[in-house]
Design a protein around this ligand. Structure first.
Ligand code: COA
Length: 123
């Protein structure tokens, strides 16, 4: 299996408050972490405000457990006039086994916006 694609843009730990009735972590929480992680890259490139406009190809490969260390890996795939397409992978490290697994992937598109919330040309 190949390793993670892209730099780590966010790391956190899955906590009990993020879990569902099965004891696994909510998909919505994971999507939120991916959005945040990708936005670190987008914000740096846009040098200012931007908004998420689309999420494509969201795939949940494996469940996340409480206590897993979650790393969000992001890579810029394409820059448009105002938009940025960023590929995101979420990987966990699970103790005590030390297993390192890809749990989720998606492509996030962000648009640089001005103070009025209108698209802004990337600097
Ligand atoms: C982001 C927003 C300002 C863009 O406005 P818009 O009128 O769609 O802008 P445009 O049609 O001019 O498109 C702007 C860019 O976004 C891209 N884009 C728009 N919709 C897209 C979509 N569904 N998927 C991928 N790219 C998209 C366009 O291709 C264009 O890219 P380019 O300038 O690099 O060629 C507007 O859609 C918005 O405010 N959305 C809500 C954002 C938000 O609140 N996000 C948080 C969700 S909780």
């Amino acid at each position: 299996m190949t390793g993670p694609r892209g730099e780590i843009t966010l790391q956190t730990i899955a906590m009990p408050a993020d879990s569902n009735a099965n004891g696994d972590i909510f998909g919505g929480w994971l999507m939120g972490q991916m959005d945040l992680g990708a936005s670190v890259l987008a914000r740096a490139r846009a040098r200012g405000r931007m908004a998420t406009v689309a999420v494509d190809g969201m795939e949940f490969h494996k469940p996340v457990h409480i206590g897993d260390v979650l790393a969000i890996h992001s890579v810029m795939e394409r820059e448009g006039r105002t938009s940025m397409r960023i590929a995101v992978e979420a990987w966990i490290t699970r103790q005590p086994s030390g297993d390192h697994l890809k749990v989720t992937q998606a492509v996030f598109t962000f648009v640089a916006i001005d103070e009025a919330g209108r698209p802004r040309v990337l600097p």
